[in-house]
Design a protein. Structure first.
Lengths: 538, 181
């Protein structure tokens, strides 16, 4: 986003100079907008790396039998696809949005801890590169699934300690990012920007940041235990020494369940930001949105064993985790209701960001419903470890988190670059994505219910047809994402040529502060706090 | 940002949050003992005691029968032969039985192994008492050594009626390389 230009105002504070020249600008930058851009570009690149892995998986599954890759590499692909998408694409993309938007939404000049901000980005790059390097090591990359369950994961070859260290680095990076978000929101809000006046994207990120600080260390602990079990004779998970592999699953999912909400809560925040603008109405039920987000975050800590209904929990445990999990449907239902009610009788227009957001509301709800199905412990015994769960979490991640990230891209690109994106190609991107994502994931429900297990390179012939359909959907979806890259580059270079106004979208400045600064957003914004806080959104 | 007070405030909050993260790292480790305590509380701890108990006399229930099954397995290609002499046995609760197990080191190296026992269903473990067993922390098998081992056990008459079959499973884990290389 090189179109960001330096703006000199009459303050001669040392922070007011423009960006460094050349490549060094991006390496040593402490500017929240630069770092946000770095995060977003990196996440988009990783989206294609992880996507390529997904296409390797779908190619192999196009028809029964072993076609292209050997089974161990196939399992490496499912593992690495998940790790790259979770830690390299979706999470960094939201951190990028947080960097760009949070200071502008709360009227702060920058993030609270700019140097740590730079460090957390480069730590992320190092962590992901270390993880990627395991692909070329003796014995291959980790192949035990992103959950890294022992004892299987302990059979990883030379890559094992490297994978663990990369998880440590990714964890440290997200913790630093989270600390920065909390410090920024707590200490840097403009006068008058009380907590309950913050845009929901800021609220959801605040709660997400607390989740991250609470869970990433637990995950770091779990993988450290794996490491010492393998190399230093401890027996946390080793039955021979009196340990228990099921313990790992408990610790992992104590992290793992809040972790999936780390990816969905900011999604909710962006949706709650975009929908009111295009419905031209205030967000319905602002306070209930905040409380629902908090409730979801709290519940995420007390439901982890629903990932392990089949390990042999006591009946009381199965029942407790079943009912606790069902409770999550209530605050989530509140949110879906609020989004729908926001659109109700609104003067809606259907620009690309709104299309992606509406698709998110519909398709995320479907993913939520399959989640509700799986929360029922006795029936989960059928769904467990089948393609049904693959379909479920991909519905909550791809047409939810990824769609909303795309929506965010279209929504804020004009603010970031000062240029309008090509609406026609944007809509084409949307329709191709929305249709193909369903061709890709909907048949996986059928496969799962029919009993196809996940993480297998070959399958029984009765699963052939729907796998073929799913793979065709995958290729259409994957390649249509290239349109987004084209649009981003095209917009940076001038887009439609139409100069966008400061508020870009009609009346957007009533909703949030970022629409009150010039387009493109100058290198430094809100060096003096804003005078008026928009109130439309609450 | 030139505001020193704000910088201090930010640093102080960051330090607090780092401490919180460090505490959560500790909490991850605290989950290990917590897990054991919780499993014991709900009677779900599949880990079986590693020492034999004293023999106590029960009143045998001659008209009640429970099937005991004995499974043997080897973890990850431990080079041994291992089997129960009687794979299945009808027992009367309260009466003591001895069951023979046979194990042989099939390799020409010295093996250090450990047998780990589990019961299925897990809830029955409080009702089965072993007075002789081979569940010591570690055992040595010299190259090609054979051993006949005995487990002497009793099923407590207090075993709830709904349990008709109890499976006792032994798995040999090799611990040679962990402690000797």
């Amino acid at each position: 986003m090189t179109a960001v230009v330096a703006e000199h105002d009459d303050h001669h504070d040392h922070h007011d100079h423009g960006p460094e020249k050349g490549i060094l600008r991006w390496i040593i930058t402490t500017n929240h907008k630069d770092i946000g851009t770095l995060y977003l570009v990196f996440a988009l690149a990783m989206f294609f790396v992880g996507g390529t892995m997904a296409l390797i998986i779908r190619s192999e599954l196009f028809e029964p039998g072993l076609q292209f890759v050997d089974p161990n590499f196939f399992n490496s692909m499912t593992t690495m696809h998940a790790l790259v998408m979770v830690f390299g694409a979706v999470m960094p993309a939201f951190v990028g949005l947080a960097n760009w938007m949070i200071p502008m939404m709360i009227g702060a000049p920058d993030m609270a801890l700019p140097r740590m901000n730079n460090m957390s980005f480069w730590m992320l790059v190092a962590g992901v590169l270390l993880l990627a390097s395991t692909l070329f090591m003796e014995g291959g990359a980790p192949a035990a699934g992103w959950t890294l369950y022992p004892p299987l994961v302990l059979q990883t070859g030379k890559a094992f300690p490297f994978a663990i260290f990369s998880v440590h680095m990714l964890g440290i990076s997200s913790i630093m990012g989270a600390i920065n978000v909390i410090a920024t929101i707590f200490n840097m809000r403009a006068p008058g920007m009380t907590l309950m006046k913050m845009p929901l994207f800021v609220w959801t990120w605040l709660i997400t940041a607390f989740l991250l600080i609470a869970i990433m260390p637990v995950f770091a602990g779990a993988v450290t235990m794996l490491l010492t079990d393998k190399f230093f004779d401890t027996s946390f998970f080793d039955a021979a020494g009196g340990g228990d592999p099921v313990l790992y699953q408990h610790i992992f999912w104590f992290f793992g369940h809040p972790e999936v909400y780390v990816m969905i809560l900011p999604t909710f925040g962006v949706a709650s930001t975009i929908i009111p603008v295009f419905a031209r109405k205030p967000l319905f039920g602002y306070a209930s949105m905040v409380y629902a987000t908090g409730a979801i975050a709290f519940l995420s800590f007390i439901v982890w064993s629903h990932h392990m209904f089949t390990v042999g929990l006591p009946i009381a445990g199965e029942l407790y985790f079943m009912y606790a999990t069902m409770l999550i449907a209530i605050p989530t239902g509140v949110k879906v209701f609020n989004w729908t009610a926001t659109m109700w009788k609104g003067s809606m227009t259907f620009e690309t960001p709104m299309l992606f957001s509406i698709a998110f509301v519909v398709l995320f709800t479907m993913g939520g419903f399959t989640g509700l199905m799986m929360s029922v412990a006795p029936v989960d015994f059928q769904y467990h470890d089948t393609y049904f769960i693959v379909a479920h979490f991909h519905y909550t991640l791809v047409p939810a988190s990824v769609f909303i990230l795309m929506a965010a891209g279209y929504f804020w690109l004009p603010k970031w670059t000062g240029n309008m994106y090509n609406e026609k190609i944007g809509k084409l991107h949307f329709w191709l994505s929305a249709i193909s994502v369903n061709i890709l994931f909907f048949p996986q429900h059928f496969l799962g219910l029919a009993g196809m297990p996940r993480r297998i390179p070959d399958y029984a012939v009765q699963f052939a047809d729907w796998n073929m359909v799913s793979s065709i959907g995958a290729f259409i979806y994957g390649f249509s994402q290239l349109l987004f890259v084209y649009i981003v580059i095209d917009t940076i270079r001038g887009g439609t040529g139409e100069k966008v106004s400061d508020e870009v979208w009609e009346d957007a400045s009533k909703h949030s502060l970022e629409w009150t600064v010039p387009s493109p957003a100058p290198y430094h914004t809100f060096t003096t706090p804003p005078e008026k806080i928009p109130t439309e959104h609450f | 940002m030139s505001d020193d007070g704000l910088d201090k405030k930010n640093t102080r909050l960051a330090v607090k949050l780092v401490l919180f993260a460090a505490m959560m790292f500790g909490f991850g480790y605290a989950l290990v003992p917590l897990y054991n305590v919780l499993c014991d509380l709900v009677g779900q701890n599949a880990k079986v005691e590693t020492v034999a108990k004293q023999e106590t006399a029960f009143q045998p229930e001659q008209n009640r029968e429970v099937t005991m099954e004995f499974l043997t397995s080897l973890n990850r290609s431990v080079p041994m032969a291992f089997k129960a002499e009687t794979p299945s046995l009808k027992v009367h609760p309260g009466q003591y039985y001895s069951v023979g197990f046979y194990a042989k080191n099939l390799s020409d190296r010295r093996l250090k192994v450990r047998a780990v026992a589990t019961y299925s269903p897990g809830q029955v473990k409080d009702y089965v008492t072993k007075v002789i067993c081979f569940c010591e922390l570690e055992q040595i098998f010299e190259p090609n050594e054979e051993k006949n081992m005995t487990v002497r056990l009793v099923v407590d008459p207090k075993l709830p009626e709904r349990y008709k079959t109890i499976t006792l499973s032994y798995t040999f884990f090799e611990i040679t390389e962990n402690s000797e290389n």
